[in-house]
Design a protein around this ligand. Structure first.
Ligand code: ZN
Length: 113
């Protein structure tokens, strides 16, 4: 969308932070995502990632993996790790889908374009 195209890295960082708080503030600890908030964040903000109920079944596993201090909440640090991992996975995908393998080029990433 045009919003993403006009988004500088600075704006993107703000979006990453604001998105966390938009969902973390819904209940429980306002500075952490519980399972329900995490599921909502992924479903609404990463619709390409969570396409069907099978993907949704992976959320508890993903949650457990990201919850490195095992307090059953995703704090901002754990969320930031998830964003970094998604960026790396998406970049990898762009290279897998690259139209010109001999030169640095990108095809579609995880976000699908
Ligand atoms: Zn690249």
């Amino acid at each position: 969308t045009s919003t993403m195209e006009s988004c500088t890295l600075k704006d993107c960082l703000k979006i990453i932070i604001d998105t966390f708080h938009q969902y973390s503030g819904q209940g429980g600890d306002p500075d952490a995502l519980n399972k329900k908030e995490m599921k909502q964040l992924l479903t609404k903000e990463m619709p390409h990632f969570i396409k069907n109920s099978k993907d949704l079944q992976c959320v508890p596993h993903l949650f457990q993996e990201l919850d490195t201090n095992q307090d059953h909440d995703i704090n901002f640090k754990e969320y930031a790790v998830m964003i970094a991992r998604l960026a790396m996975a998406s970049h990898e995908k762009m290279h897998e889908n690259a139209p010109d393998k001999d030169h640095h080029s990108h095809g579609p990433g995880l976000e699908g374009k």
